[in-house]
Write a protein of this length. Sequence first.
Length: 792
Amino acid sequence: MKLSELKNGQSAIIVRVSGHGGFRKRIMEMGFVRGQKVSSVLDSPLSDPVKYTVMGYDVSLRRSEASMIEVLPEAEARMQVEAVATVGCDAMCDECSVSDCFRKMRKATRQNQINVALVGNPNSGKTSLFNALSGAREHVGNYSGVTVDATTGHFSYKGYKINITDLPGTYSLSAYSPEEVYVRRHLFDQMPDVIVNSVVASNVERNLYLTTELIDLNQRTVVALNMYDELTASGATLDYESLGAMMGVPMVPTVARNGRGLERLLDTVIEMFEGTNTVARHIHIGYGSVMEEQISLVADALRPCDDLPKQFPVRYWAVKLIEGDSEALSMLSSCSEFELWKASGQKAAALIERRTGKDVEMVISDAKYGFIAGALAETMTEPTRDTNRRTRRIDRLVANKWLGFPIFIFVMWLMFYTTYRLGAYPQEWIEWAFGRVGEWLGGVVPEGWLRSLLVDGIVGGVGSVAVFLPNILILYLFISLMEDSGYMARAAFIMDRLMHRMGLHGKSFIPLLMGFGCNVPAIMATRTIESRSSRLITILITPFMSCSARLPVYILLAGTFFPRYAPLVLVGLYLSGIVVAAVTARLLRLTKFHKDETPFVMELPPYRVPTLVATLKHMWDKCEQYLRKIGTVIMVATIVIWFLGYFPRVDAETLATASDPVAMQQEYSFVGRIGRAIEPVMAPLGLDWRASVALLTSIPAKELVVSTLGVLYGAESEEGLSESLIASGAFTSASALAFMVFILLFFPCVATVAAIRNESGSRGWAWFTILYNTAVAWVVSWVVYLIAGALM
Ligand code: GDP
Ligand code: MG
């Protein structure tokens, strides 16, 4: 609870004081210190300032100031103490601040919780640090933009409970990209106690730019000089103690990969939290006399105002007003004198531009880089070994103008080939196991609906999906290796030219490639694309990237109907998806979004040997996700499908006369009726009512297609299912192909639609996807059916 919410006459214990350094210092000097007791002695409600008693003195605070102080009401504090203490606290009185009990209460309510935010450039190892510290298994990758949301983990260290938040990577804290806005908003709204700024030790010059922005915010910051191993390997040296002293920020070398330096880092975080660190101090980075004069003028106008947010210092707001940073301005817009401030900021900016001949942003960035260069000149020696040689040598081959593309195609081919061929072995074992379970159940459970539910419904349906776990793991193994080694960034680079033809650029390629795994994180990964129109187009074409959930359908049908050419059919399908995506992108560019050619840097991070742990963790995660999906959505859905297929029953007499009683029963059931209703629409594609039902069930999750077919064709194993598919004669090679194409292009799963809705910020685009993709699926499948029918 905030101190400002404390009612008249109530008492509480101070838990933490937030806000920028200067503000905290002033407030703490007044006696508002962690663990102190504070009482509200306000007379009239709604008055401002409010009177408080703390440490025996009466002090008045503005409401806006009191709202930066977190307190625990005395009654709750008492309860917390009683929970841990052996003696009750009944005897506690108001002025017994010396009593044993009160001391205990103070100790208990110090609430040794530290909220830490991880801030740093993309690809600086924030997520690796986060995982190493909290033991979490978040996704790391060797390219920018892997983390798109804040993730929080918790752990205990030396009696403190530490809540750590992994934030998206940013180069600065202005308002250019959604990440930058997001990170600054997080610092403003969540007010973390300590910021850990991860800085790539071998690339300090650029990374420290963000550090200078954090210095401007005057927050309690610790720099983690991560990847220190790379710095050492290059032969460079960095006197980080002097550098930290100059910048007023303690610096700790770390290697997130193997956990080196992490204890020191945490000790420093605690020192910052407790205010015992001797290195930390607030410094101002000078912007030159012209700008400084204007900053003072604007700051003087701001200073007397009570409603100025206390999170960031006055100087910071003054600079932002002069810069005209729209996002920062909106944080101030509720202040009473906002319009006046804005005008004075604009005036100052014009003046600075006139006098220096540079725009404000350039004045600021020149000053910051100058500051960094100066600091590094004194503390750093150049690398003696060229550690980038390996990277450059590999790139000469892999990113080569002529070889790059064939190599990329080969890697893709290898990925799909291995997924299909290598996956076939473990697949057989799983199949065998499910077959035995089905047989065994068939033997022990008496004939009737229960046996049908267990054998045909659950074992058949779930088994037919579970079989594909190895294939999906292999696919993810490849994606994970490509991401972590740095090859993914090269792939984007190689594809850049091709992507331009689609009206996009290389940056869109990584999300698209990730779409082969799952469309949902892929759509979220588009956040690194600065241009709004490119980002939207990328979001809208991602569903055409065939996700791993569609893979089981292809493996089943391609294996059944094109046994000799299955890998080829697979690659063909993936390529068709890409072609449809490209055509769609072009169409969108032509009709809705006009050209934009924001220039950007395609980063090529150094190659890094993927860590086994990260790769295994990634695969284990996918495995867990898949199994969970099988245990929940797929299990429930197969039961529902079984139910709809089993009931209503045809009466026994009629059934006895039928030539094919199983088929008769199915057609009579609910599923049969639903299928029949849709069949006319699907008939031109050569698809019967069972296939129609399977398409319908793919809406919650694409894997359900296989389990639906498994239930409808009453097979316990994939091999059995293949045989029943051929035996039933429901599919020809042409219609199987049309069916696969339909699955490829059709309505994306519900989770993807939700992701599109969130990321595009409009329901309209979600509807567009549903309708457009379904229409495209129908038309393309129809054409494929006609052509394939004519050829085969
Ligand atoms: P993020 O984008 O800041 O979250 O960075 P990631 O945690 O995803 O890491 C980026 C890359 O750097 C990955 O390939 C990591 O394996 C690698 N990496 C992270 N920490 C270290 C380190 O201390 N040393 C080395 N050599 N590599 C690291
Ligand atoms: Mg990350």
